[in-house]
Design a protein around this ligand. Structure first.
Ligand SMILES: [Zn+2]
Length: 345
């Protein structure tokens, strides 16, 4: 199992970045991967903090998580002889740093500026390759430094999306249990229980998840870390990614760029829970309290794309057996699930 060694969560912890690097004995040369906006919010702080303590720091600003950008970061790291990478941003920067560090075989630290998905702690990198987003197995971050003040000040929509990614654990675990029973797929009770418990704690606290509250940011970050640990125990993303994630990826392929990953996964969880015969209303109510989208309209996606995505979801990751089976839903069934769960009207 690969787990982060240091997980630092709290107010102003970004200013402790040098202590974390020293604790891990990472060496003197750092390369920061950050984004245009996140540089101003956090990248510059990390840079100045390390430089003030006498470290040699380079910074690379990137706008998209493409394979070309990963290569460029690798070239920069080799040019400067960087000992480790820091991904400072909401998602793209962390994904780039994660994959580049894996290929260079050097450590990387995750410094998230938002809590919108579990990629901030996981060992998988979402990278655009040949204009398709693929999830690539990588290193887990050696440390996660999550400043809740910065995360609470990020657009609330991102935090609500993070909750959608965590709620996914419910159906991901049900899918995994199904695959274990039907296909004898190996199953970890520890990973499944941790994953399910994480989603339950989050939904039980749905009333207290609100904009600009550091306590909300802390709650969601801890849940994302916990989901990441469940995936590390399982050695795969199984505990946190099932049919609801396949629905989200299907939507990406037909209606790209319209909504956030976690928003799509949350909405997918409502429908997949219905297919499992579970308490989909509980999922829907929880997401509504958090103010995450529960309808196609709130997601900003036309009804027809929801149906099309449901029809192709089973083709997305065929080795991963889920409630969608090997032949998926009929059109009638897809319309029924979307209408019954009030995703479309
Ligand atoms: Zn996800």
């Amino acid at each position: 199992m690969q787990l982060p060694r240091d997980v630092v969560v709290g107010t102003g912890v970004i200013n402790d970045i040098t202590d974390v690097c020293d604790d891990l004995k990472l060496g003197d040369k750092a390369l920061i991967v950050t984004g245009d906006n996140t540089r101003k919010i956090a990248g510059d702080i990390v840079h100045d903090e390390l430089e003030d303590k006498g470290r040699s720091v380079e910074m690379y600003t990137s706008s998209s998580a493409t394979m070309d950008e990963v290569r460029r970061v690798e070239d920069e790291a080799m040019k400067y002889g960087s000992n480790y990478l820091l991904g400072v941003g909401s998602g793209n920067s962390i994904d780039i740093a994660k994959l580049a560090a894996t290929e260079l075989d050097i450590p990387f630290l995750s410094v998230p500026t938002a809590a919108s998905h579990d990629g901030i702690v996981s060992s998988r990198a979402s990278i655009i390759h040949d204009s398709k987003t693929t999830s690539i197995q990588s290193k887990a971050p050696m440390a996660v430094v999550a400043d809740t003040e910065i995360i609470a000040n990020a657009p609330y929509r991102l935090l609500a999306a993070g909750c959608g990614d965590i709620v996914s654990n419910y159906t991901a675990v049900l899918d995994w249990e199904l695959a274990n029973r039907l296909k004898n797929e190996s199953f970890s009770e520890y990973a499944a229980s941790l994953s399910r418990m994480t989603a339950k704690i989050l939904l039980d606290s749905a009333d207290s998840i609100k904009p600009e509250l550091e306590s909300s940011a802390r709650l969601v970050v801890k849940a994302l870390v916990s989901s990441g640990v469940a995936m590390s125990i399982a050695g795969s993303s199984r505990p946190a990614s099932g049919s609801e994630h396949m629905f989200s990826h299907a939507l990406d392929s037909i209606a790209p760029g319209s909504a956030l990953h976690g928003e799509q996964c949350g909405l997918g969880t409502i429908m997949m829970m219905y297919l499992h015969g579970g308490d989909w209303q509980m999922i829907r109510d929880g997401l509504k309290k958090i103010r995450a989208p529960t309808t196609a309209e709130e997601l900003g996606v036309e009804d027809k794309y929801i149906i099309e995505a449901l029809l192709i979801s089973h083709t997305i990751r065929q080795e991963r057996y889920t409630i969608l089976g090997t032949s998926g839903l009929t059109r009638d069934a897809a319309e029924a699930v979307a209408k019954t769960t009030k995703v479309i009207s």
